[in-house]
Design a protein around this ligand. Structure first.
Ligand code: MG
Length: 218
């Protein structure tokens, strides 16, 4: 069973499922040539894909276009089904930062054929996760900046208020389609600036006041 930890390492949570949201920042939707959706686009990652900040991403041999997607990650703290916005907000107990690593070549092939994105999103090391700050210690005001540097250069940077669906809306909607449980993680989508990586690249992500993450491609 994979776990996530609070910043002070005093608490841990067994991770259930990892639900990911696609197309949640307009500039990123445009850079990939898509249209905004009326409902969030959802997909899953298995917990076997998870690694922690400080561990290395393994570039899969079966792809030649590995992309970074830096994202706010929500920690769910209770079981909810068909949650109202208020119940959804209540069920979010912590925030972290994560990398939704994506094999863009395989994802584009899948999109063209109308097939699921699974093999482009679920490979080992494709979900890099920070420690979490509990909401009781810090509540988001959405003025926070999310950013990612590759080899010291900024590639992605945006304020969280540019999210089209906010955390409570995402969690409410997801809970109307599948029950959410304690320890589930929600990747909330990436801002623009996604790009290809090479072996040896060093990645550093941050959400101000919330969490930091670092990893390397090997
Ligand atoms: Mg993503």
């Amino acid at each position: 069973m994979k776990k996530v930890f609070t910043h002070d390492r005093k608490q841990s949570f067994d991770v259930g499922k990892i639900v990911c949201v696609g197309r949640n920042y307009m500039d990123h939707i445009k850079e990939l040539g898509h249209q905004a959706e009326e409902k969030p686009v959802l997909f899953l990652k298995p917990t076997s894909a998870m690694i922690y900040s400080g561990e290395k991403i393994i570039y899969p041999s079966f792809s030649s276009n590995l992309h970074h997607e830096i994202e706010l990650v929500l920690l769910v703290g209770k079981t909810i089904t068909n949650a109202t916005l208020e119940e959804a907000n209540d069920a979010i107990i912590g925030y972290g930062i994560g990398l939704d690593m994506t094999l863009r070549d395989l994802q584009n092939q899948a999109k063209d054929k109308g097939n699921p994105w699974t093999i482009s999103k679920c490979f080992d090391t494709s979900a890099v996760i920070s420690d979490f700050i509990l909401k009781e210690d810090y509540e988001l005001n959405f003025e926070e900046t999310i950013s990612l540097k590759v080899n010291g250069e900024i590639r992605q940077k945006e304020t969280l208020n540019k999210m089209m669906f906010k955390p409570d809306e995402l969690v409410s909607y997801i809970s109307s389609r599948m029950t959410l449980e304690e320890g589930d993680l929600i990747f909330t989508g990436t801002p623009s600036g996604v790009s290809g990586l090479n072996k040896g690249d060093k990645l550093e992500g941050e959400i101000t006041n919330v969490a930091k993450i670092e990893t390397e491609i090997s």
